[in-house]
Ligand binder design. Structure first.
Ligand code: DGJ
Length: 739
C-alpha cells in the first residue's frame, strides 16, 4: 500500500513501513524504515530537528532556514550542495561542472510496474510510486521508482536519469540509497573465491565507508551483491535486520557509510568503477532494480522475505514453481574423456537409479579434448559422438532418459574455427598481449553481430540435440576491455551485462520449456539478474559435503533451495580430497536441486542400492525440499554441529539435516530444537536410519527440543545410538500424525 498525505509518502508492506517527506526545499527527507507503524495525522516527530547552525557546515540556502544536507537522512543525494557523504548520482556537464541539486517536481502512484529497459527485473502484483525530481540549472531529471510487494515485505527501487537540454556524462547512478539516523550496525556480506563461495563476512560498521563490490565484470564469487545490515545485538532469530540485493549480474557496488555524525548511508547499484555513460539531450539511463526488506525477527525474517520474493517475483517461466528433475552430470565422471557408448552406458545406469536427466557437460563440440580449444565452435565432435547430438538423443529416448547439454556461449578459444574467422570479435586490447583465463577469451557481446551469431549457433545446437536442460557456463572474468567500445562510452562492463541479458532473453525465450541452469566456474555469477532468466544456478564446484553444508546454509541467507544446484560427487572429493560417506553427501545435497556428479555406471551393488533409495526419497519429498520454508537450527558450540529444517507450507511434513564436523568422545546428548512446526499438532520425529524415533507435539519439539541419541564414531552393534563419525550428516523426517 502506498499513501500520500500532505508532504508525506508512506509505503506499507504486511510487516514494514517506509516513510519519507518532501521538505520545503524540495529535497526528500527519509524518515523511517522498519517495523510496521500505523498511520498518523502528522509525522513531525520523525523530522530531523535543526534550528542552530553549526560553525563550518554548509547551509543549503539562507531562505530555507538551517538546512544542511549533510545533517539529514535523504532519499537521494547528488554532489556539491553540502552533502559530503557518498552520492547516489554523479555527473559532469561538458563545461566541467558537476554540481547537482535534484528537488521534488511531481509523483504518480499506480498498480503494477513496467519493465526496465534491457535489464531484468521483478514481475507480478505490486504498487508503484514514481517520483520526479528536477534540477533546473543543469536541466536534468531523476525519476525514482518504488515498487511495493506487500505480501513479501519487499520494496524495490531504481531510478532513471534523463538529460534535458544539455549533454551530460553520468559517472555514478546508484539504484537505491537508504539513510538511517544512527550508526551501531553490523554488516554481513557473502564473500569467497572459486570452490569457496558464499563465506560469511561479518563486520561492525565504524565511521568511514565500507564497500562490497565486484570489478570482475560479473557479480562474482568474491562479493555477492546480497548484504545484511543488522542491529548490533540482532541474531538469526531476533532483532532488527535489513536485507539488500541487486537484480544485476555485472560489476556492482554496495556501500555502507557511517558519517562523522554517526548516521548510516547504504548505497547499492552499478559499480562506478570505469562506469561512464554519455547522455545526449532527451536521452535516459535506467539503473538496475535494488531489492530491500526489513525484519524485526532477525536475519531469518530477511531470508524468508527474500526466498518468497525470489520464488514469486524473480524466477519465472515454465519451471518457476515446477519440481526440478534429478540429474546426473558427466563432468567429474568423464571430464573430456568420453564417447557415445560411455555416455549411453552412464545414462542407462542413471535411469536405472531413478534419475530423470543426464547432462552432457563440457567437451562435446569442436575438437575439445581439454580446456585449451574449441570454445565458439558449437558443432558436434564427430569423433566422440559419430551420430551427432541427434543420434545421442535417439539413444537416450530409448532408455528413456532426458538429455541435458553444457554450453559456454560468451567465450572463444584462440584455437578455434571461430577465432580464425573473427579474431576481432574477442575482447582484447589490440597491440597488447592477451590476458588469458582458463585459456580463453571473451566474445565482445556488446556488439549486435556477435550476439546474432551466438544466438544462431547455440539455437541450432539446442534444436539438434532436443535437450531438455541447458547448463550455461562462464569461466573467466573480464580484463582488458576499453578500446573496443563502439561509442567509447567507457561503460563496457555495463554494456557487456546488457549483451548477456539480450543473449539470455533470446536463447531462453526460444526454448520456453527447457530448464536452464546458470553457472560461472561454480557460483561466480549467482545473482537475481541470472535468476530472472534461469530458474537455478550451480552454486559451487566444491561438492565436498563438509564445505557444502556451510556454503549452502550461507547462501540460503538470501537464496531459496529451489535455485541452488547441489550434487553428490565421488570421493575423495575432487576439490578438497576429503572423504565423506554417500549418506552424508546426499543429506547435504538433497537440500537443493539434487544431482549426481560421478560415474554412476561404475557403482557397486551396495552403492547402487543406496543411490536408488536416495533418489526415491528425494522424489517423494522434492516439492518440500525445493520449495519448503528453511530455518537454520541453532546448536550450542558442540562438535561443530550445524543444521537446518525445511518445513512444508501446510506444516504436515518437515525434513531436518544435521551435520557434525568432528567427533569428540564422551559427549552428552545433543539438544536439537526444531522450528516452524504447528505448535499444537503431534509429530513423529524419526531419523532416516530409523534408530531414533519420538512422538511429540510441535511446541515440545520446537521449545524444548529433542535430546538426540548418543553419538558414536563407528557402528558398534547398538541399536539406539547415532553413528556419526567426522564430517557426517544425518537426515530426520518429521511427520504430522493424524489426530
Ligand atoms: C566449470 C563448471 O563449474 C563445472 O561444473 C564444469 O561445467 C566445467 N566448468 C566445465 O568446463
Amino acid at each position: 500500500m502506498i499513501k500520500k498525505q500532505n508532504d508525506i509518502f508512506k509505503l506499507d508492506t504486511k510487516n514494514t513501513s517506509y516513510i519519507f517527506r518532501v521538505m520545503n526545499t524540495g529535497h526528500l527527507e527519509q524518515l523511517y524504515y522498519g517495523a510496521f507503524v500505523s498511520d498518523n495525522d502528522g509525522y513531525d516527530a520523525l523530522y530531523e530537528k535543526s534550528e542552530v547552525e553549526y560553525a563550518n557546515s554548509v547551509l543549503y540556502c539562507k531562505d530555507s532556514g538551517v538546512v544542511s544536507l549533510e545533517q539529514l537522512c535523504l532519499e537521494i543525494s547528488g554532489v556539491g550542495r553540502g552533502d559530503f557523504r557518498e552520492a547516489a548520482v554523479d555527473l559532469t556537464l561538458d563545461d566541467g561542472s558537476y554540481v547537482t541539486d535534484f528537488v521534488f517536481n511531481s509523483y504518480k502512484i499506480y498498480d503494477g510496474k513496467r519493465e526496465i529497459n534491457g535489464l531484468p527485473s521483478s514481475f507480478g502484483d505490486c504498487t508503484t510510486l514514481e517520483i520526479q525530481l528536477e534540477d533546473t540549472v543543469i536541466d536534468a531529471k531523476l525519476t525514482l521508482f518504488y515498487h511495493v510487494f506487500e505480501a513479501c515485505d519487499i520494496i524495490t527501487r531504481h531510478m532513471t536519469v534523463t538529460a534535458g537540454g544539455k549533454t551530460l556524462t553520468l559517472t555514478r547512478a546508484m539504484s537505491a540509497m537508504m539513510d538511517f539516523p544512527r550508526g551501531n550496525f553490523k554488516l554481513m556480506t557473502l564473500c569467497g573465491t572459486w570452490a569457496d563461495e558464499m563465506q560469511k563476512n561479518e563486520i561492525e560498521l565504524k565511521r568511514g565507508v565500507f564497500c562490497n563490490d565486484s570489478k570482475l565484470g560479473v557479480s562474482s564469487n568474491q562479493h555477492n551483491p546480497f548484504m545484511l545490515l543488522s542491529d548490533k545485538n540482532a541474531s538469526e532469530k531476533s532483532g532488527d535486520c535489513y536485507g539488500f540485493n541487486l537484480v544485476y549480474s555485472g560489476n556492482h557496488c554496495e556501500m555502507a557509510e557511517v558519517s562523522a555524525q554517526n548516521r548510516t548511508r547504504v548505497l547499492l547499484g552499478i559499480n562506478p568503477f570505469h562506469f561512464s555513460h554519455r547522455l545526449n539531450s532527451g536521452e535516459s539511463f535506467e539503473t538496475p532494480e535494488a531489492v530491500m526488506t526489513f525484519s524485526s525477527c532477525g536475519s531469518e525474517g530477511v531470508s524468508h522475505a527474500f526466498h518468497k520474493f525470489i520464488r514469486e517475483h524473480i524466477v519465472r517461466g515454465a519451471w518457476a514453481k515446477k519440481q526440478r528433475p534429478v540429474l546426473v552430470n558427466s563432468w567429474e565422471a568423464n571430464y573430456f574423456d568420453f564417447d557415445e557408448e560411455k555416455l549411453v552406458a552412464q545414462a542407462k545406469a542413471a535411469a536405472a537409479l531413478g534419475a530423470e536427466l543426464y547432462v552432457l557437460d563440457d567437451g562435446w563440440f569442436g575438437k575439445r579434448n581439454d580446456d585449451k580449444s574449441s570454445l565458439g565452435d558449437w558443432f558436434v565432435n564427430l569423433e566422440k559422438l559419430p551420430n551427432g547430438l541427434d543420434g545421442l538423443q535417439r539413444r537416450f529416448a530409448e532408455i528413456p532418459i532426458k538429455l541435458g547439454l553444457w554450453i559456454e556461449p560468451e567465450m572463444v578459444s584462440v584455437d578455434s574455427e571461430l577465432y580464425k574467422l573473427h579474431p576481432d570479435w574477442a575482447v582484447a586490447v589490440r597491440g597488447s598481449h592477451f590476458t588469458m583465463g582458463r585459456n580463453q577469451l571473451l566474445l565482445d557481446i556488446t556488439r549486435g553481430e556477435v550476439r546474432d551469431y551466438i544466438v544462431d549457433v547455440i539455437t541450432n545446437a539446442l534444436k539438434t540435440s532436443r535437450a531438455s536442460y541447458i547448463k550455461w557456463d562462464m569461466n573467466r572474468n573480464i580484463a582488458e576491455v576499453f578500446w573496443l567500445c563502439e561509442e567509447h562510452n567507457s561503460d563496457f562492463y555495463h554494456r557487456y551485462t546488457l549483451g548477456f541479458y539480450d543473449l539470455m532473453r533470446r536463447i531462453t525465450g526460444a526454448f520456453p520449456d527447457v530448464l536452464f541452469e546458470g553457472c560461472s566456474a561454480g557460483g561466480n555469477r549467482f545473482d537475481l539478474g541470472v535468476l530472472c532468466y534461469m530458474p537455478q544456478i550451480w552454486l559451487s564446484d566444491n561438492t565436498d559435503a563438509h564445505r557444502r553444508a556451510a556454503l549452502q546454509q550461507n547462501a540460503s541467507m538470501c537464496y531459496p533451495q529451489s535455485v541452488m544446484g547441489a550434487h553428490v560427487s565421488a570421493c575423495p572429493c575432487h576439490q578438497t580430497g576429503r572423504t565423506t560417506s554417500l549418506e552424508t553427501r546426499f543429506a547435504v545435497a538433497c537440500s537443493g536441486v539434487l544431482g549426481y556428479e560421478l560415474d554412476v555406471a561404475s557403482l557397486d551393488n551396495a552403492q547402487r542400492e543406496a543411490v536408488s533409495q536416495q533418489i526415491r526419497f528425494y522424489k517423494e519429498n522434492a516439492n518440500l525440499l525445493q520449495f519448503g520454508t528453511i530455518y537454520p537450527l541453532s546448536f550450542e558450540e558442540f562438535d561443530g554441529a550445524q543444521g537446518w529444517i525445511i518445513v512444508a507450507p501446510n506444516k504436515e511434513k518437515a525434513i531436518v539435516m544435521l551435520y557434525q564436523s568432528t567427533f569428540v568422545a564422551n559427549r552428552r546428548s545433543l539438544v536439537m530444537r526444531l522450528e516452524g512446526l504447528a505448535k499444537d499438532k503431534k509429530y513423529r520425529f524419526e531419523s532416516i536410519d530409523k534408530r531414533e524415533t519420538h512422538t511429540a507435539t510441535g511446541d515440545l519439539l520446537c521449545r524444548a527440543g529433542v535430546r538426540l541419541n548418543q553419538r558414536v564414531m563407528l557402528e558398534n552393534g547398538e541399536e539406539k545410538v547415532r553413528v556419526m563419525g567426522d564430517y557426517s550428516a544425518l537426515l530426520y523426517e518429521i511427520t504430522q500424525m493424524q489426530p
